[in-house]
Ligand binder design. Structure first.
Ligand code: C2E
Ligand code: CA
Ligand code: CA
Length: 742
């Protein structure tokens, strides 16, 4: 046991754990007012080496002088004290000073006294932790050496324990610091600096690795997560990339064996935080870690493992925050982070947003479960076909983000990914997409800006009838800014009650009688110059959703106007009101119509709702249900801008409609005896469907005559009257020939 201890002490005699420090002598303080005692002690201990270390004697001839030495040399290992000096208690006072004031707890004390009668009380011996008490006569030559050796051994033990405790305190402190780290990279960097400080190692002699790629996935290789100096550039790379085979093989061995490795000039610490959370830290040292360091390292590793688990937990939470649970792809937040990085880098990366066409219809039609499966299938194909250089994300319900080099991320390539249908359960889905793309990512300041840009391009592509994709151009943004401004002003003016409804008369072609009015919204001009004509601001109002409120208001105004006109005797006029798709989508639209009719005691058959052909055909399911409900109310339905869409006769027949409105462009064609083929077809179609037809934009008598000849029932246009404000309309109606009144 003693031998082991001596070995241990000999082992650690370099004090500094890993460095070769020149062997320092044991400091021994000799305090005695008798010069004789000093010289004997010097003589006996001269040239002695104890546990491999020489001795250095410090001599004091009074208590006062001793205090100076003690203050100056806190590492005195043994003090040989005379009890009686200046005073009878001088020696014991000195002991009190060492223990109480200087807190020198490890220093061993041997009391020497000339006369046996001066032995201190036993309680004092215990209280001051005094090692030995001898008469000077007792401390003969060998006896002194043995006593001093025993005291030194005790000192070394105490010193070691104290060092360990200090080390532990440091480690606990380090671990507390490391607990604050929420990312593997931060933790690994912290471990590196703490280890270097704790064991006085050079920073670039430490390499932290973890099993599994930092980016996640099932990869089980080791990756460098932290290193300094010459190894810093291998961070995030596979372990094997390190140029030093000694490090590579040591780490691999440690991980394979699942244990620490203590080599002759290196140490590998092995960490296992959880079944799939393993890490290894390589420490380069000039000599083997001492037995003293090992227990400290064990404690350190246990603490790091806890931090590692903590980090992994936070990473999992982060994963949840940054990933879409359905497709397991990164989510919008992560995509923005990726875009942020792309905005910093000077590379030829392209960002794209990919929107699945008509996904909402599919979701409504086949159910959300099928919709989800389709999204997973799309995500899967994107992942499989777009190499590992591309970053993917699910940015919105049916919108995916792609980020990668131009050869992969370009319109042709991405569209080609959707040539084949997707298999979902027993279904085969042909899927088409619309794309927004953006090049030159590095001239944006942030990921958010980039996302906005790609989105602008995507919206452009979505609005376009022919293109399936658009690349972002700076001009688009100017346009967007302008659009945003217009919408802002429109909303403001609408809330301030500045919008108006004008009315344009509709005429029966056979009799020339006024049969109806179309309500058309107006945004009167003011000095700011932001007001726009309806064909500009209506699409913007539709885009922003503002059309829902505006539409309800127009409907109310039109019905109110109708009831006033009825009171004035024009009760048989039909009132046509335009309706946008967004209004149809609102669940309470039918109710709103019913309420307006009720409030103004208007006969439902006198209200005609105009929906554009493209709306009616794009989302037939939504529209059909609403139209049927409207029909049950007794309201009339007209298809506006007819001829500009692509409806088939079959589709038309399935809709409960009362009137086809021939678009102005076809009326315009009717010129100077050339006739108009489209107008003719549409009128023929309306006759087949047994519905009315009304031509809009009739400006000449010739057009009116031609249409009358075709059998078109009604007309509307500048030939008869332009849209007019309510007051002007009233005057016009009074002066006009109005057969219904006669
Ligand atoms: P629309 O429904 O096709 O309206 C007919 C448009 O033709 C009106 O343009 C009208 O002023 C114009 N017009 C009438 N007679 C003639 C003519 O003889 N020659 C020519 N060249 N044009 C004529 P406006 O008022 O600028 O409205 C444009 C479009 O804005 C409308 O087209 C309609 O789609 C939309 N709109 C207008 N008011 C509303 C509304 O209250 N709600 C909704 N949803 N859309 C509206
Ligand atoms: Ca219309
Ligand atoms: Ca029209």
């Amino acid at each position: 046991m003693i031998d082991e201890l001596i070995n241990l002490i000999n082992d650690t005699d370099s004090q500094g754990p890993l460095q070769t420090i020149p062997v320092s002598p044991w400091k021994i303080l000799v305090v005695d007012d008798d010069h004789e005692v000093h010289s004997t002690t010097r003589f006996v201990l001269r040239d002695q080496r104890i546990f491999g270390r020489p001795l250095r004697l410090l001599h004091a001839y009074s208590g006062l002088q001793a205090r100076e030495h003690l203050r100056e040399h806190p590492d005195i290992a043994v003090a040989l004290l005379d009890v009686v000096m200046e005073t009878e208690q001088a020696g014991l006072d000195l002991v009190g000073y060492m223990r109480d004031s200087l807190k020198m707890m490890e220093c061993r004390i041997i009391l020497r006294t000339g006369q046996p009668g001066y032995a201190p009380e036993l309680t004092v011996i215990h209280e001051y932790d005094i090692n030995d008490y001898r008469t000077k006569a007792e401390l003969t030559h060998t006896r002194l050496i043995v006593t001093v050796s025993a005291a030194l051994r005790a000192y070394q033990q105490l010193y070691t324990i104290a060092q360990n405790r200090r080390g532990l305190e440091l480690i606990v402190g380090a671990a507390a610091d490391l607990m604050e780290q929420y990312a593997i990279s931060g933790l690994a960097e912290g471990v590196l600096t703490q280890l270097a400080a704790l064991f006085q190692l050079p920073l670039d002699g430490i390499v932290c690795t973890q099993k599994g790629a930092p980016s996640g996935g099932d990869d089980q290789h080791c990756y460098v997560v932290s290193a300094a100096g010459r190894y810093a550039r291998y961070i995030a790379q596979p372990l094997e990339a390190l140029p030093d085979p000694r490090i590579v093989s040591a780490i691999l061995t440690s991980v394979a064996q699942g244990q620490h490795l203590f080599g002759p000039d290196y140490t590998v610490l092995y960490l296992k935080a959880a079944p799939h959370q393993e890490a290894a830290i390589f420490l380069d040292s000039e000599q083997a870690l001492t037995a003293l360091d090992r227990p400290l390292l064990e404690v350190f590793v246990a603490n790091i493992a806890a931090c590692f688990r903590n980090v992994k937990l936070v990473e999992r939470l982060n994963h949840i925050a940054y990933h879409d649970p359905l497709t397991r792809l990164p989510n919008r937040l992560q995509f923005i982070t990726d875009l942020d990085a792309a905005a910093q880098a000077q590379t030829d990366i392209v960002a794209a947003l990919l929107d699945i066409d008509h996904f909402a219809d599919l979701n409504d039609g086949l159910g959300q479960d099928i919709g989800n499966l389709l999204l997973v299938a799309v995500a899967g194909r994107l992942q499989a076909r777009l190499g590992s250089e591309c970053r993917l994300a699910r940015v919105g319900a049916d919108v995916f983000g792609v980020l990668g080099p131009e050869p992969q991320v370009n319109a042709t390539n991405l569209l080609a990914l959707f040539h084949d249908p997707f298999e979902v359960g027993e279904y085969q889905f042909p899927v088409t997409i619309t794309l927004g793309l953006c090049r030159n990512l590095d001239n944006a300041d942030s990921g958010i800006t980039l996302l906005k840009r790609v989105n602008i391009a995507l919206n452009r592509a979505k609005r376009s009838l022919s293109a399936h994709y658009e690349y972002y151009l700076a001009e688009m943004e100017d346009n967007t800014r302008w659009r945003v401004e217009v919408i802002r002003h429109l909303r403001q003016d609408f809330q301030l009650g500045k919008l108006q409804v004008w009315y344009q008369p509709q005429i029966a072609l056979t009799t020339g009688a006024i049969v109806g009015l179309e309500a058309l919204v107006r945004w009167p001009d003011d000095i700011r110059g932001f007001t726009q004509p309806p064909d500009v601001f209506i699409p913007l109002a539709e885009y922003s959703g503002l059309i829902v409120q505006i539409g309800v208001w127009v409907l109310e105004q039109a019905c109110a106007q109708h009831s006033q006109l009825a009171a004035d005797g024009f009760e048989m006029l039909k009132m046509a009101v335009n309706v946008s798709m967004a209004q149809f989508r609102k669940a309470d639209f039918i109710e709103e119509v019913a309420r307006a009719l009720e409030r103004y005691r208007m006969s439902p058959s006198l209200l005609e709702l105009e929906i554009t052909e493209s709306i009616a055909m794009d989302e037939p399911k939504v529209v059909l249900q609403s139209l049927e409900a409207l029909k049950r109310l007794g309201v009339q339905i007209a298809i506006d801008d007819f001829g500009t869409g692509y409806s088939s006769l079959g589709q038309l027949q399935s809709l409960p409609i009362d009137c086809l409105k021939i678009d102005r462009t076809f009326v315009k064609e009717i010129q100077q005896g050339k006739g108009g083929m489209y107008a003719e077809t549409i009128v023929g179609l309306s006759q087949k469907l047994r519905v009315d037809s009304i031509a809009e934009g009739v400006e000449t008598l010739e057009q009116a005559g031609f249409l009358r000849g075709l059998g078109c029932t009604m007309a509307q246009g500048y030939l008869y009257a332009p849209p007019m404000p309510a007051e002007q309309l009233r005057q016009w109606l009074r002066s006009a020939v109005y057969p219904n009144r006669l």
